[in-house]
Design a protein around this ligand. Structure first.
Ligand code: AMP
Length: 309
């Protein structure tokens, strides 16, 4: 086990409105946001990679260049000329953001189509993070191969992290989604659910019920995020912990969970206690929700300046 971290999933083209029917192009996606924040938080001796499939067209080249430009390793990016990248547009109506997606044919859906290739990418990593969105976008007939590759890496000593990130629109129905997510939870050492989603689709009465459900599937660490409210966590060696996030005025909660996960693991990989890692995640996420957009360079600067003061 090395100083290598890999996030796997789908990064999309984002079109965000800048007024007068104009859009700014960006690149985003839950697992990519995580990699982006983690790269900025960890010292240079850590390698942070992103694993996905892209097309061979110009926009796929630009996406890969953006990933590389963020300092993220692209060795686990595979290309296919049969498909291209997914796209989403943000629309603003009366100050409310809505999202429209074009991703049903995206190249990222082939992530687990070549099991030997996927296993080779995971091999020897210290940490691999995947999400419920990774699971949802992978073609259904390849899902077992994805979980088998993660289970094999876990058996070899890689820590597997899983953010369930419930997205009912990506699934045929809620039952299928919930069943698939709990199957995925079985390969995870660290589960990072958000209580709001879990309560809604799993019917959890309390935040501890969510925690127990993931613990029962074999996680060694569970962190249940809960928006502005206290986070509940448990670790097999350190026991239970609770942490109240800083109170802030949220303007855009996009990537709150992704940045939290990055802050948490940037601390954890360097030996922080469960409580200290929760604090690091919550401090970063608190700045991220105070700014518009998913990727907020100033948020990383704010927390790292604080740490080195
Ligand atoms: P969520 O996935 O919505 O539960 O949010 C993930 C994390 O982002 C939370 O655990 C908090 O640390 C942080 N967060 C989200 N919303 C807020 C908020 N309104 N104020 C402060 N922190 C927040």
């Amino acid at each position: 086990v090395t100083n290598r971290v890999l996030a796997i999933g789908e990064c999309m083209v984002e079109l965000a409105p800048v007024g007068d029917a104009l859009y700014r192009r960006g690149f985003a996606g839950d697992t990519y946001n995580f990699a982006w924040y983690l790269r900025r938080l960890l010292p240079a001796e850590w390698h942070v990679g992103y694993g996905t499939w892209l097309g061979t067209d110009a926009v796929s080249d630009e996406l890969e260049a953006a990933i590389a430009g963020a300092g993220i390793d692209t060795a686990a990016i595979r290309r296919t000329d049969a498909r291209t990248v997914g796209l989403y547009m943000i629309e603003l109506r009366d100050g409310e953001r809505s999202f429209t997606y074009w991703r049903s044919q995206s190249a990222a859906r082939l992530l687990a189509s070549d099991a030997a290739w996927l296993e080779a990418q995971l091999e020897g990593a210290a940490l691999v993070l995947f999400s419920g969105i990774t699971l949802a976008v992978v073609e259904p007939e390849h899902r077992a191969a994805l979980l088998a590759a993660l289970a094999r890496a876990r058996a070899d000593g890689t820590v597997i992290a899983f953010d369930p990130n419930l997205r009912p629109r990506l699934w045929p129905d809620a039952r299928t989604m919930c069943a698939a997510l709990m199957q995925a939870a079985e390969v995870a050492d660290v589960a990072l659910p958000s209580f709001e989603d879990e309560r809604r689709y799993f019917g959890d009465a309390t935040i501890d019920a969510t925690l127990e459900r993931y613990r029962a599937r074999g996680a060694r660490t569970v962190v249940v995020k809960n928006g502005a409210d206290a986070i509940a966590a448990w670790d097999v060696d350190e026991g239970k912990a609770r942490l109240q996030p800083p109170r802030v005025a949220a303007v855009d909660t996009t990537a709150a969970g992704d940045s939290f996960n990055a802050g948490f693991f940037a601390a954890r990989l360097r030996g922080a206690s469960l409580t200290d890692a929760l604090g690091a995640g919550a401090r970063l996420a608190a700045v991220v929700v105070g700014h518009p957009g998913a990727l907020v360079p100033a948020a990383v600067d704010a927390v790292t300046a604080r740490e080195t003061r």
